[in-house]
Design a protein around this ligand. Sequence first.
Ligand code: FMN
Length: 439
Amino acid sequence: MAKKKMHFAQFLVHGPSYHSLGMWRHPKTEFTKENWARPELYQHIAKTCERGLFDMVFFADLNYISDTFKGSLEPALRYAAQAPEHDPVVLLGWLAAVTKQIGLGATFSTSNQHPFYAARMWGTLDHLTNGRAAWNVVTSINRNQQANYGTERADADTRYDQAHEYMEVCRKLWDSWDEDAVVLDKEGAVFADASKVRRIEHEGRFFKSRGPLNVVHSPQNGPAILQAGTSPKGMDFAAKYADGIFAIQPRAENAAEYFAQVKGRMEKIGRNPDHCRILFGAQPIIGESEAHAVELQEEHNELVPLDAGMTILSAHLDFDLSQIPLDADMTERTEPELHRMRTRFLKPDGSGMTLREVAHRHGQGVGLPQFVGTVKSVADQMEAFFETVGGDGFMLTPIHSPGAIDQFVDLMVPEFQRRGRYRTEYKGKTQREILRQAD
Ligand SMILES: Cc1cc2nc3c(=O)[nH]c(=O)nc-3n(C[C@H](O)[C@H](O)[C@H](O)COP(=O)(O)O)c2cc1C
C-alpha cells in the first residue's frame, strides 16, 4: 500500500522574528536593519517553498506590541518578541506576482474589522492569487490588541460566537455573486446579470450587512480557511470551517489526541476528515553529523535570553509571568490563563517543566519540537511523529532565515520523496485543491 504523504507549510512573520527569538541574532540570518521589511526576502522564500512543492507559505500576525511581561514595552522591542510585525496581508500580492502554484496564507482577526471588509479583501486576494489565497481566522488573544482598536476584549466564548457569525456573513457575501453573473455582453450593453447578484440582508447578534459584495465570485469563492484554536470551541470552529489547521504540540502523543479530536468532530458534522489538513509545528535542525546537529541546536538555543522567552510566553498567554517563580512546575499552576497551553508544559516523557524551562523553549520556537540530526535522522524523527499522529504534515519553522528554509527544500524534500512520503508535483490549481491533494 502506498504510504500516506506529508504536507508542508512554511511558517513566517512579516517581521524579524518568526517562531524563534534567536533567529534574527543567528550568524547565518541575512537580516539587515531594513531588508526584513522588504518584499524581496519573502519573494525568495515563497519561490524556494514553491520549488519544494509546499502547500503554502503562511504568515502569523498580531496587531500590537506586547507589554504583558512586567507591564513594559521594553522587553518585546529589545528581543523582537513578535515586534515589530508589519501587515502580512498586503505582502501576499507581492508573493503572488512571483509564484504560480503555492498557496499564500495570512492571519486576519475577526475581532477588529467588519466582516464586509474581510470578505471584500479576501475575495480580492483570491482573484489576485488566482485561487491561492488562504485566511487564518483568529479571534485574537491579547488585550493589547483590543486596546489598539479602543475596544474591550470579550471572553473566549463570546469571541468564538462572534467568529461564527463573522464567517457566516463572509460566506453569504461571497455567495452573493453567482459564478456566471458577469456576462460582459458588449452588444447588449450588459456587464453583469443583476438576477445573479443578491442582497444578503444579514441582521445578527453582532453584525448587520445588506450586501451584495462588490467583488465578483472568486476562484475559490472566498479564500481557503485556516485556523489554530486548541480549546473545545476552537476545535468546533475549525472542524466546521477550516481547510487547514496549524497546531503546536511538543509531544506526538498530545498531537495524536488533538488530531483525533478534530477529525472526530468533522465526521460528526458530516465533513470528510481529509478536507482539513492538520499541520504540526516543527523546527528541523540539520547537521552534517549527529554531533554537528547538536552543536547547531546549542548554538541556536543559546541565542535566546530567558527574558525573551518570558516576554513571548507572557504575550501568548496574556498573563504576566514575572509573578510566578522561575522554578515553579508549570503543570501544577492553577491560574486559568495558563490552562490553554498545558500540553506545552510537558517534557517528552510527559513530566512537568519549570517556568524557566518552558520560557526557554517558548523563546526557541514557541514549544514546537526540534528535530535534530543528519538528513536521515531528521527524516526518521519526522516520520515517527507523523506515524504516531496519523498525518497530515508539518508547519516548518527555521532557526535562521532564509538559509534554513533553502536547506530543508534542498535536502529534506528529496529525502522524503525517496521514501515515498512526499509529492513530486502539484496536482490541483487552487489552495484548497492542493491542501486536499493525497498523492
Ligand atoms: C499554532 C498557532 C498559531 C496561532 N497564530 C496566531 C496568530 O498569528 N495571530 C493571532 O492573533 N492568534 C494566533 N493564534 C491564536 C489562536 O488563533 C486562538 O485565537 C487562540 O489559540 C485562542 O483560541 P483557543 O482558546 O481555541 O486556543 C495561534 C494559535 C496557535 C495554536
